[in-house]
Design a binder for this molecule. Structure first.
Ligand SMILES: [Zn+2]
Length: 260
């Protein structure tokens, strides 16, 4: 079964979370994507307030509420608001159905202010997804690069971290995270350039590569093609398309009594 690490409700047709997820699952069905991880609602906000984080998490909670067999959720949190983010982790994960967190571009993960969030997620064994990019034109003020992520990893040895978009500029991103066994890379959200997945498997090993699409900013088809068209063994494809994410989420799913 294909598991997609990286899905958004923003940009898909529908007026409500329920309408949007139904449409998204129709698209997923065409491509045999069985499980989808959702985070962030709408609109896109570079620096959401605590109220906006809560309302976007509410949108995802509503969307996944009728689809527990298909859809998982990560709580959208921000290192700009640590106390409020810790409260969201309790609300959405400890006392709710979510199984990970999503960190976007409000604050760099290299900064130590984020540490209480990472520590709590490590205790709960939840997935930690950090957007990263290396922009030729320069990153946004709070936008992390893979270099920021390895600083975070250095402060939290052994805590599994996901390098969102493999840094966008993936040839650099793969090299930067390579020495950090705790870091996996997300294949979603950049152009489906031939050779990316091959390089990631060669340099990191198939166990550290996780398929994500970044729908609806990208299509399932273009992002699945990176993996399905890669010149790698079938066993590596199975890990990337589902096995690795399933393994990462199994402890928290089991703790919630969800059979995997
Ligand atoms: Zn995304």
């Amino acid at each position: 079964m294909i598991w997609d690490l990286h899905c958004h409700l923003n940009g898909v047709e529908g007026r409500t979370p329920d309408e949007k997820i139904v449409r998204m699952l129709e698209y997923a069905d065409r491509m045999n994507v069985g499980k989808l991880v959702f985070y962030m609602g709408w609109p896109f906000l570079a620096d959401p307030s605590p109220d906006e984080l809560r309302s976007q998490n509410d949108q995802v909670l509503q969307a996944i509420s009728h689809w527990s067999d298909r859809a998982l959720g990560f709580a959208y949190v921000s290192a700009r608001y640590v106390d409020e983010s810790l409260a969201e982790i309790e609300r959405c994960i400890t006392n709710g159905p979510m199984v990970g967190i999503k960190l976007w571009i409000a604050a760099k993960c290299a900064d130590e202010q984020i540490d209480p969030i990472i520590k709590r997620c490590s205790e709960l064994k939840v997935a930690i997804f950090q957007h990263t990019w290396i922009k030729a034109t320069g990153n946004e003020p709070g936008e992390s690069s893979p270099d920021d992520l390895i600083r975070l990893a250095t402060r939290h040895p052994g805590v599994p971290l996901i390098c969102g978009h493999t840094g966008g500029d993936w040839e650099k991103g793969i090299r930067i995270v390579r020495p950090f066994e705790q870091i996996s890379v997300d294949t979603g959200g950049f152009d489906p350039t031939s050779g990316m997945v091959e390089m990631a498997v060669r340099e990191l090993g198939a166990d550290r590569v996780i398929y994500g699409s970044d729908v609806s900013g990208r299509s399932f088809g273009s992002q699945l093609a990176k993996v399905q068209g890669a010149l790698i063994p079938d066993d590596a494809k199975r890990k990337i398309l589902g096995g690795n994410l399933k393994r990462m989420l199994t402890p928290i799913l089991k703790a919630k009594g969800v059979s995997v």
